[in-house]
Write a protein that binds this ligand. Sequence first.
Ligand SMILES: Nc1ncnc2c1ncn2[C@@H]1O[C@H](COP(=O)(O)OP(=O)(O)OP(=O)(O)O)[C@@H](O)[C@H]1O
Length: 242
Amino acid sequence: MSTAIEVRGVTKEFTLRHTRSIKELVVWTLRGRGTELAADTFKALDDVVVDIEQGESVALLGFNGSGKSTLLKLISGVMLPDGGSIGVRGRVAGLIEVGAGFHPDLTGRENVYLNGAILGMTEKEIDEKFDDIVAFSEIEKFIDTEVKFYSSGMFLRLAFSVAVHTEPDVFLIDEILAVGDEPFQRKCLARIAELRAKGHTLVIVSHDLDMVKRVCDRGVVLRQGVLVHDGPIDGAVDFLRA
Ligand SMILES: Nc1ncnc2c1ncn2[C@@H]1O[C@H](COP(=O)(O)OP(=O)(O)OP(=O)(O)O)[C@@H](O)[C@H]1O
């Protein structure tokens, strides 16, 4: 088995944004403490090391603000680490933020082409898969409507459908499934299980611990940006619940 995702000592820092008055900023600067304002950062991820093998299905677990979505964004490449490195082998697709890669003023049809291209599909590939993409999303009636008029569930349907039809080597899914209705969630989970059976690599962020137990083999638990547990999914969920 070869490694699909290599996370090597990854650190991500964010600036804590405090609302300060102009007077405060001037006083701090005059007193020579301006740099303290600039230095108000925290580590959303701190020296995280994870190797994910091809074909593994991994859940990123942890309480609110522990760094799960940040790690997923770094793996997807939409965000860069401040320290360490991330390597991903193969085509990456997924659902990180509903609406990312969609243009509000374009129709569903146009967005399928836009999003498909962003995810690395050729025009010919999209032409071939277009009908399947729309059929899976079940929004045929609205495919020529501008997506700014879509509900969040309709958005999710189209975005999931495009992503899954790119046949990605690495499929990333953030909480996002939560906005779909139950029948659509079931359909997505069935498709995710299919990808898993075909040996694609999955990384899922979710608070639905029963769902991740069904879908994932392994759980990586983060606490305040630090990896605190990595192992078989049942043990990882028990660790989180303890
Ligand atoms: N773009 C950003 N700018 C500043 N801070 C950020 C940014 N993105 C995330 N953070 C902060 O980084 C920390 C980790 O956030 P992240 O979204 O990765 O957590 P999470 O584990 O996915 O949380 P949740 O379960 O609530 O979705 C949080 O404190 C969050 O406020």
